[in-house]
Design a protein around this ligand. Structure first.
Ligand SMILES: [Zn+2]
Ligand SMILES: [Zn+2]
Length: 355
């Protein structure tokens, strides 16, 4: 039987998914089972249905599926999605995430990734039972059993639990002991990430160049850069860092310690500036390109309430900023104060003229 004919036998289009194929097979088997179907062609039809299922199974459900979600046998116990490699059936491609800190993304890092690959049993295509099965011994192929009657009620017939109502027994597959899955095989790969990778980048690791324990896997990795406690990364590789600083230390032009990707660094404060640029402390914009800068914005913090000592010291500071003539010593302040005095005099003069 050709694959196209097999699909037609089950009443399906060749694009039917594995789930659709199995559902159609179960439906037809329960309909055409010779024990329940008196039709003269029932035995032959039953044979064709099972043959069709076997042909489709052999051709692989991947070919029978346009939906990637159902294309390859998947497992639930690990987040890994894996597919058989076309050229080498012992080779798998595993898609997974690799989580990096911003520091690791910037400088590149080495990570050991491990996980497991669980394949569906090829003997039973993951069903867990042998095909075709015999007649269900619990219901003798009828698909129904008599339920123990309640007082005053007629005996009801309910679907047989042994066969799910199909009338067909499902002997456990000997190769997978009825689980439908093969024993998981572990892999362990050392991955070296390149410098300057970004969140969402895709990396491919050829498993042939790395050690893997029980199975050969290639990795499709999606980079997941973790949120940093201090830094915001801009698309151009600039790293922004907003940080509070002691307001008095800022006024006093003191040196502070700022975080950078490479570790803590000293920064000389300047009381005329709130923004500082640290050259080449960001991420490269392009691979192997020059690194962006880090922009540090400081927020001077002053106490909400001054202590008596601080109040006295500030009074001294304000007094000291006036010259011997009682005027401000700073040129800009002196010019402003003179302009204010002139403006006020002018107002008084005009007020008098209007009366
Ligand atoms: Zn099996
Ligand atoms: Zn049964």
């Amino acid at each position: 039987m050709k694959t196209e004919n097999a699909f037609a036998e089950l009443g399906l289009a060749p694009s039917a998914t594995e789930i659709e194929v199995k559902a159609a097979w179960r439906r037809l088997v329960s309909q055409w089972h010779p024990d329940r179907n008196d039709h003269t062609g029932a035995v032959a039809r039953m044979q064709r249905i099972n043959d069709a299922f076997r042909v489709i199974r052999r051709s692989g459900f991947a070919a029978a599926s346009g939906d990637a979600k159902h294309a390859a046998p998947r497992t639930e116990e690990s987040p890994d999605a894996h597919a058989t490699h076309a050229a080498d059936p012992q080779r798998r491609t595993v898609s997974r995430k690799i989580k990096l800190t911003l520091e690791e993304a910037a400088a590149g890092c080495t990570k050991v990734l491990q996980g497991q690959v669980t394949d569906s049993c090829s003997t039973c295509t993951g069903l867990g039972y042998r095909l075709p099965g015999g007649t269900c011994p619990q219901c003798e192929g009828s698909g129904e059993v008599r339920q123990a009657a309640w007082f005053g009620w007629a005996q009801a017939r309910v679907p047989c639990e042994g066969c799910g109502g199909s009338g067909e027994s499902k002997p456990a597959c000997p190769d997978c002991h009825g689980t439908g899955k093969l024993a998981p095989r572990r892999y362990k790969i050392t991955v070296r990430t390149p410098l300057g990778v970004r969140d969402g980048d895709l990396l491919h690791v050829d498993g042939r160049r790395t050690r893997s324990s029980q199975i050969h896997v290639d990795l499709h990795l999606r980079v997941d850069v973790l949120k940093h406690a201090f830094f915001e990364l801009e698309p151009d590789g600039t790293i922004r860092c907003d940080m509070p600083v002691d307001g008095f230390a800022w006024i006093a032009n003191r040196s502070i310690t700022v975080p950078t990707l490479g570790g803590p660094q000293p920064l000389q404060l300047d009381r005329d500036r709130l923004s500082y640029r640290l050259k080449h402390q960001g991420l490269p914009v392009e691979r192997r390109g020059p690194r962006g800068d880090q922009l540090v914005t400081v927020r001077p913090m002053f106490p909400e309430r001054l202590s008596t000592d601080q109040d006295i010291l500030l009074d001294q500071l304000i007094a000291a900023s006036a010259g011997a003539d009682g005027q401000a010593t700073d040129e800009r302040l002196r010019a402003w104060n003179q302009a204010m005095t002139a403006w006020q005099k002018d107002r008084v003069k005009r007020d008098t003229a209007h009366r």
